[in-house]
Structure formats: structure tokens, C-alpha cells
Design a protein around this ligand. Structure first.
Ligand code: PMP
Length: 328
């Protein structure tokens, strides 16, 4: 019995590429929209790859030891992935949540034994300060200060600057896409949070095929939460970057990584998610549905007829059922 997995890490990667042929037919699309279903990773998202990659690198460098606490800032998916990978290895996790994380994600983190953290838990930040800025997330410096105050067994892996985040996609996601398409990829469409997936895949796939078109999608202005519009519907886990100088929206994101950027609203993503659910029977998360919306827009251009567009679907829809995604 050589194919029995004996640890969660053995189940990471090798996610399928799925072509929603019924959606293509209904919309009259002649390109092939090849959706990489990252929600089929064991903890439910593309972040399983990044979390495992960061964890293994820290272990190999002798930086962390069982019993230590791993600290991370996350919209949910990295926290969930890290918590899941950490359990059998004997690490604890303290997770600082970003604003607007769905109830399901918090409950999954709690089920995996995490401690949920917020700015109010950081030494030196007063209750008054937290009340005055309820939407402010803990900054990286504040999380570093938290680890320092908690002692030497607390480690911040920091997905936003850790090179093992994009490397996970150079080493695994990219080669899987190349293998499963027999090297016939004309375009890649994806959104970005830390930009780890964008950086890793752009690097790997351009090296394989310098003519590949990398299309990055970002939330449209109406779907960006800000002080003036705190209750707007967002696209979970991703951010806008095209108007920001290199490395400022996120450390890993630079303009040279992509050929074109398209804006997608949360409403458009919802419509695509519902279409996929009712046509193919699959529940996509919002960022994947948004990336597919961008790919559908591109594919309507006859220049893409017969071409293969790989679309990254970072997670499934199950964690968003309390959000407006499916309108239920
Ligand atoms: N979609 C979702 C739902 C995510 O949680 C994330 C990670 N924050 C992304 C997309 C973007 O992935 P990356 O951090 O690699 O840019």
C-alpha cells in the first residue's frame, strides 16, 4: 500500500484543473477556462502550500520547535492552513484576524485549536485606542512587538515577506499547471493578497513560456473597504495593487509580474459564483469567482478563441455561506 497518506502535509497539492464547459457553452465562450481548484487542498485553500512551505523552511533552519507558538496575520486561509499543518507537528497557533473575516473561518480556526487575537491583545495598545479605530488591523510591527513581549517561543512566520510563500508556487503549483496542460498555457488569470501566488506563478510560467499572458485582477473601487465605506461588500483575502508603487500594496507585488490588470466588483464575482454553482454544481469562493469573472470578460474577445486560460480558484464557497456570496 504505497499510496496511503499518513499526515495532512501528504495531502497538499496536486489539485485538479477543471473546465466549466457548461458555463462556456452558455456564455458562448470558445476559449478553455481551466480552473485550478485549490479548495481541494486538505485545509481548503491555496494557502496550504504557502503555510507548509514556510513551516518546513523554519523547521529546517532550526528556528521553531514543537511546543512553540506560531503567530500569523491572516484573512483566515493562511491561519487555517498553518493551524492545520501545525497540529500534527505539535505547534500552537495565535492568529490575528483581518477585519470582515466570515464566521465560518473563525469557527474553523477555533476548531483547530487556535487562539484568535486582535490589536487589543498587543501589550501597549489601550482599549481607548482600539475603540477609536475599530477597523484597524494589527500592523506587522505590532505583531512583532507581540511576539517579543510573549517570549522566545513565539514566532511570526509573516506570509507577507516570507520568500517561502511565493516559492511554494514555484515548486508546486506552477509545475502542476505545466504538467496538467501538457505545457499549453496561453494565459494565467488570478487575484492577489500577499501576491505570493502571483509572484511564484508568474516567475515559473514565464520561464517555461515567455509569451504567456499574466492577467491580474483586483477588486473594483466599490468593493474596497475603507473608512468612508466600512460596510461595503469585499472580495475576501485579496487587495488592489495596480495604482500602488511596487512593493507597497504588498511586498511581493511589482508591476513587472503581470501584463494587464482588470477590476472586478464583489457583485460581479457573486453573479459568477452563482452561475458556476447552478451550472456546474461547484461552490467557488469569492476571489476565485472574481478571477473567473475577469477570465470570462477576456475570453469574450475572439483573440482568445481556442486558447487555454488557467484561472486560480484559491478556495471553495463553503466558508462564505454567511456572506452575501450566494444570496442565501
Ligand atoms: N484568495 C483568497 C480567498 C485568499 O485567502 C488569498 C490569500 N490571502 C488569496 C486569494 C491570494 O493569495 P496570495 O496571498 O498568494 O496572493
Amino acid at each position: 500500500m504505497s499510496r496511503i497518506a499518513a499526515a495532512i502535509e501528504d495531502l497538499v497539492g496536486n489539485t485538479p484543473l477543471f473546465e466549466p464547459v457548461r458555463v462556456e457553452e452558455r456564455l458562448g465562450i470558445r476559449a478553455h477556462l481551466l480552473c485550478k481548484l485549490e479548495g481541494q487542498n486538505p485545509a481548503g485553500s491555496s494557502k496550504d502550500r504557502a503555510a507548509l512551505s514556510m513551516l518546513r523552511a523554519a523547521e529546517e533552519a532550526g528556528m521553531i520547535h514543537p511546543g512553540d507558538t506560531l503567530v500569523e496575520q491572516t484573512s483566515g486561509n493562511t491561519g487555517i492552513a498553518l493551524a492545520a499543518m501545525a497540529v500534527p507537528k505539535g505547534y500552537r497557533c495565535d492568529i490575528f484576524l483581518e477585519a470582515g473575516v466570515t464566521r465560518e473561518r473563525k469557527k474553523i480556526l477555533l476548531a483547530l485549536g487556535c487562539r484568535l487575537r486582535s490589536r487589543g491583545d498587543i501589550p501597549g495598545i489601550s482599549k481607548e485606542e482600539v475603540l477609536a479605530h475599530p477597523y484597524e488591523e494589527a500592523s506587522l510591527a505590532e505583531i512583532r512587538a507581540y511576539c517579543k513581549a510573549m517570549g522566545p517561543r513565539y514566532h511570526f512566520l509573516d506570509q507577507t515577506t516570507n520568500p517561502n510563500n511565493p516559492l511554494a508556487h514555484v515548486r508546486t503549483t506552477g509545475p502542476e499547471i505545466w504538467r496538467d496542460t501538457d505545457g499549453k498555457v496561453d494565459a494565467l488569470v488570478l487575484m492577489a493578497g500577499t501576491g505570493g501566488t502571483l509572484r511564484g506563478l508568474s516567475q515559473y510560467l514565464r520561464e517555461k513560456n515567455p509569451k504567456i499572458r499574466i492577467i491580474a485582477a483586483e477588486p473594483a473601487p466599490c468593493s474596497r473597504r475603507c473608512e468612508k465605506n466600512p460596510n461595503c461588500q469585499i472580495i475576501d483575502g485579496v487587495l488592489d495593487f495596480d495604482d500602488h508603487p511596487d512593493h507597497t500594496a504588498s511586498y511581493f507585488i511589482t508591476h513587472d509580474l503581470y501584463d494587464r490588470c482588470l477590476e472586478v466588483s464583489a457583485k460581479e464575482a457573486d453573479e459568477t459564483a452563482r452561475l458556476v454553482a447552478r451550472t456546474e454544481g461547484l461552490l467557488f469562493g469569492t476571489s476565485g469567482a472574481a478571477a473567473l469573472s475577469a477570465a470570462i470578460r477576456l475570453a469574450k474577445d475572439p483573440a482568445y478563441d481556442g486558447k487555454n486560460l488557467v484561472v486560480i480558484i484559491p478556495d471553495g464557497g463553503g466558508k462564505y455561506l454567511s456572506s452575501p456570496l450566494y444570496g442565501i
